[in-house]
Design a protein around this ligand. Structure first.
Ligand code: GLT
Ligand code: MN
Ligand code: MN
Length: 400
């Protein structure tokens, strides 16, 4: 970190609504073709390390911290009590709980399987997630449906499956209303997360746009409580312009939560640290979010590399991810107030003037009056690169 010029202080990092997932820090390095490389660690160590780094919020799956068999039982509340104490002792807050509906074999046919018993179990799990969220003071619940889809065609009737999945989300919202009323508090924000491939061959809700259609389908009893948790890489995976996907969520008023990471288009879910692959695109994403007042939560949903110890995870991976994010956020602020970008943007918005003597609806005259329109686009793009590499602040390179 010193060789890289140091980092932000924990106090500065804590000013951002950045959350660290339990599963990201505890990731032992395994994958389909990878054996684990690190020992399992529990919430105590993860929360303590996040506090040291200055990651002020913590998120978790129900089963990251509670054994499946203990869910909803007394043992769960005993663990939740210990989590609450650990959070308080470290000055970290729980921001989000997500129901794991993909890993355990019970989800082999998905959370909206044909079997009513499995679907009842899915409802139990999301209701229990709502209870846990209220107990731990979280404001958000996330649902990545995971196995909502199929490997072989023909058995699943898609409209029926979607209706069954809606029943689970409805159960979560209805439980939330009850609990919030009983506690005299507010309801959670329920956030759907899409991923276009993995772990099924065919996914029923593969993109954030598909989820927007699902929210607006009329199948949800409380669509106003349900929004999106887009993940940067999940949008890139299907070939989207992430900024455009986020813009569609923003105009729908449904950008509730954002998983931040990086990776490559049309590849699998590599979950690389934010800004390591596409820093220019990330800068542009943050310009959009800052200019629309979206200030988080930003959830660090990435996988630290498969180092053989926790050293790299907590000394390099997490602090550098947070710091790249903050730097890009600051750069986005610079881009928003940059005089060159401002002037070029104003010129674009003013448009070219067709002479009074000419026909205002003449395509040729309009084209002539706007011949530098895309030149201005290029000026803005060039300026953004300058901001990214510090040239706007006088960083120079040889022009010889
Ligand atoms: C899983 C997925 C992530 C989701 C997690 C939330 S689970 O790791 O790949 O993108 O955010 O359930
Ligand atoms: Mn995610
Ligand atoms: Mn991912």
């Amino acid at each position: 970190m010193n060789a890289c010029g140091g980092g932000y202080s924990p106090e500065t990092r804590r000013r951002y609504f950045i959350s660290g997932p339990q599963w990201a820090a505890a990731y032992p390095g395994h994958a389909l073709f990878h054996a684990p490389t690190r020992p399992e660690i529990g919430f105590g160590e993860v929360i303590r390390k996040y506090a040291e780094i200055g990651i002020g919020y913590w998120s978790t799956h129900d089963t990251d911290v509670i054994p499946t068999a203990a869910l909803g039982k007394d043992a769960q509340w005993e663990i939740a009590g210990r989590i609450g104490k650990t959070l308080a002792a470290n000055g970290v807050r729980c921001s989000m709980i997500t129901a794991e509906t993909f890993h355990h074999a019970v989800w082999a046919a998905g959370p909206a399987a044909e079997s009513p018993a499995i679907r009842e179990y899915a409802k139990f799990r999301v209701r229990n997630t709502v209870d846990l969220a209220h107990e731990l003071g979280a404001g958000f619940a996330v649902y990545w449906p995971g196995t909502l889809g199929y490997l072989v065609q023909g058995a699943i009737e898609e409209t029926e499956t979607l209706r069954w999945y809606a029943e689970a989300i409805n159960a979560a919202c209805e439980r939330d209303i009850e609990v919030a009323r009983a506690l005299g508090g507010t309801t959670l924000k329920h956030c759907l997360e899409a991923k276009p491939f993995e772990p099924q061959a065919e996914i029923l809700l593969p993109t954030s746009d598909a989820m927007l259609a699902f929210i607006g389908s009329g199948m949800l009893t409380h669509p106003e409580m349900v929004g999106l948790n887009p993940e940067y890489l999940h949008e890139l995976m299907w070939g989207a312009a992430v900024r455009a996907a986020l813009a569609r969520a923003l105009v729908a008023g449904k950008l509730f939560h954002f998983d931040i990471n990086d990776g490559y288009r049309l590849k699998h879910d590599v979950d690389i640290g934010v800004g390591l692959v596409n820093p220019l695109d990330w800068l542009n994403v943050l310009v959009l979010l800052r200019s629309h007042g979206f200030e988080g939560p930003f959830n660090l949903d990435f996988k630290p590399p498969r180092t053989t110890s926790q050293f790299g995870v907590f000394e390099v991976s997490f602090p550098t991810a947070v710091d790249r994010f903050i730097t890009l956020w600051e750069m986005a602020g610079e881009a928003i107030s940059d005089p060159v970008i401002k002037e070029a943007t104003e010129a674009l918005k003013a448009g070219g003037l067709v002479a009074d003597s000419e026909d205002q609806m003449d395509a040729e005259a309009l084209t002539r009056a706007h011949r530098e329109l895309l030149t201005l686009h290029e000026v803005i793009a060039h300026r953004l690169v300058q901001i990214l590499i510090g040239q706007h602040r006088g960083r120079v390179f040889s022009t010889k």
